[in-house]
Design a protein around this ligand. Sequence first.
Ligand code: CDP
Length: 131
Amino acid sequence: MSDSVVVAGAVCDGGRLLAARRSAPPELAGRWELPGGKQEPGESGEQALVRELREELGVEAVPRERIPGEWPLKPGLVLRVWTVRLVSGVPSPLEDHDELRWLTPDETDTVDWLDQDRPAVAEAVRRLREA
Ligand code: CDP
């Protein structure tokens, strides 16, 4: 059986990366992540990501590029990440998060990212610096 997938977005706008602070579950609350969630049966990764960002942040967004690689979350579950461009809306923490922050490349180490998100965050920041 293939692994289940959690999709997440490195949402970039104006040279900054969006970080979201989890409000649940207790063991993850207070840690920062790239917003996203589980890909459901019948959805592509990109479709799942657009849906999750709509539900969690209230924005319309377009996945740009998959960041190469995938990162294990637990047995049978992996994380995949795309860079994302905002099309409309201002992100607000509607679901799963209690704070959002736009970080410049120099500020990305100021929040406590989930360990499994760190490689993709580093790659997204590298791309932001090159842009
Ligand atoms: O809301 P949904 O159940 O679809 O997904 P979620 O609770 O946001 O995420 C499912 C799992 O993926 C959780 O265990 C999160 O910790 C993990 N996750 C992650 O490690 N990194 C992310 N950027 C997003 C989710």
